[in-house]
Design a protein around this ligand. Structure first.
Ligand code: NAD
Ligand code: IPM
Ligand code: MN
Length: 356
């Protein structure tokens, strides 16, 4: 029996989590797995009831589970709140308190969607499979000092980009090991021509390469990387980068796959539980309309089955079921190109379950 914390959150979060749970229940029967779900409020939904986006009870519940499935948090309703009450603190707080320092964001293009990207098919190529390893608990997001100071004539806000050698090493290790299991090409992305943190990053990653002689390492500046991703994405296998750069580059990379609604992720650390979530947000503009694409969340479940439960067959079955739904021409509204039938969030979930 595996216990899974379900944290739907805000906006489209609950809508996509419902579909992911349908899929989990369907694989349960077929693959001799047993799940127990423990649901909790996070983000704005939690702030509205408990006055905080992440309660200690929720953190405790998560620590007690084997894996966590997270929807999305945030929305205009809470945008004016002081920072400690903002919904986004829920996901940041979970990542930090669970020590989830590496975020694996899988950028895979399904064949059926080869025309769906605004980037030309010839540029994307036949196959696209990039793994972005994003550092998740350091950098600008968590560096200190951080704050805002107001005096009578001036307001000053500041964030600190900070990395220790150990923080860089542990995420780089994951990236090298990930590359070893794939095409053995690692691109470390930084801004070493300007930032001290990036210079340390580059030195450490370069030194570590000696321990992974089978991996071909190269370095790239982040501004160039953002261009290379849409110019020649086929050059990338594994991309390793710090927190903020990884956040931005992965939204950009998602466009190659047809929609941000296609990209799953796994946040991992030194011990369980790991956390799984789509890379997108709560999409307030389409929440409640049945337009959300649940595939990123469903593929996050596939990552959970593989990484947390070692259930590779079930994970592949989910990916195949998604592929079949797309091959049959089913699309949610975010991917209109090549759509034979535009379906709702829950219809897409049902079709994927039927295809399992
Ligand atoms: P977003 O990812 O929510 O949405 C960006 C655009 O992509 C929108 O047009 C949205 O409709 C579309 N989109 C996103 N996911 C989709 C899906 N599954 N199917 C179809 N279309 C989808 O980013 P945003 O608009 O910048 O942020 C909205 C809120 O989400 C903010 O409060 C932000 O802080 C929060 N956010 C949360 C997370 C998270 O919880 N992990 C991640 C990103 C943003
Ligand atoms: C993401 C989101 C989060 C991040 C926000 C909501 C804190 O954009 O998961 O990509 O920046 O990490
Ligand atoms: Mn993001």
């Amino acid at each position: 029996m595996q216990t899974i914390a379900l944290l739907p959150g805000d906006g489209i979060g609950p809508e996509i989590i419902d579909e992911a749970v349908k899929v989990l229940k369907a694989v349960e029967a077929k693959y001799d797995l047993k799940f127990q779900f423990k649901k909790s409020l996070v983000g704005g939904a939690s702030a509205d009831i408990y006055g905080t986006p992440l309660t200690e009870d929720t953190v405790a519940l998560c620590k007690d589970c084997d894996a966590i499935l997270f929807g999305a948090v945030g929305g205009p309703k809470w945008d004016k709140l002081p920072k400690e009450f903002r919904p986004e603190q829920a996901i940041l707080g979970l990542r930090k308190s669970l020590g989830l320092y590496a975020n694996l964001r899988s950028v895979i293009l399904f064949n059926a969607l080869s025309d769906a990207s605004p980037i030309k098919k010839e540029i994307i190529g036949e196959e696209l499979d990039i793994m972005i390893v994003r550092e998740l608990t350091g950098g600008l997001y968590f560096g200190k000092p951080k704050g805002i100071e107001r005096t009578h004539d001036k307001t000053r806000a500041f964030d600190t980009m900070e990395y220790t050698d150990e923080e860089i090493k542990r995420v780089a290790r994951i990236a090298f090991e990930t590359a070893q299991r794939r095409q053995k090409r690692l691109t470390s992305v930084d801004k070493a021509n300007v930032l001290e943190t990036s210079r340390l990053w580059r030195t450490i990653v370069t030194d570590m390469a000696a321990d992974y002689p089978d991996v071909k390492l190269c370095h790239m500046y982040v501004d160039n990387c953002s261009m290379q991703l849409v110019l020649n994405p086929g050059q990338f296998d594994v991309i390793l980068t710090e927190n903020t750069f990884g956040d931005i580059l992965s939204d950009e990379a998602s466009v190659l796959t047809g929609s941000i609604g296609m990209l799953p992720s796994a946040s991992i650390g030194d011990g369980k539980p790991y956390l799984y979530e789509p890379i997108h947000g709560s999409a307030p503009d389409i929440a409640g309309s049945g337009k959300a694409n649940p595939i990123a969340c469903i593929l996050s479940v596939a990552m959970m089955l593989e990484y947390s439960f070692g259930a590779k067959d079930a994970a592949s079955a989910i990916k195949n079921a998604v592929e079949r739904a797309l091959n049959e021409g089913y699309r949610t509204f975010d991917i209109q190109v090549g759509a034979k039938k535009v379906v709702s969030t829950s219809e897409m979930g049902d079709i994927i379950v039927e295809n399992l």
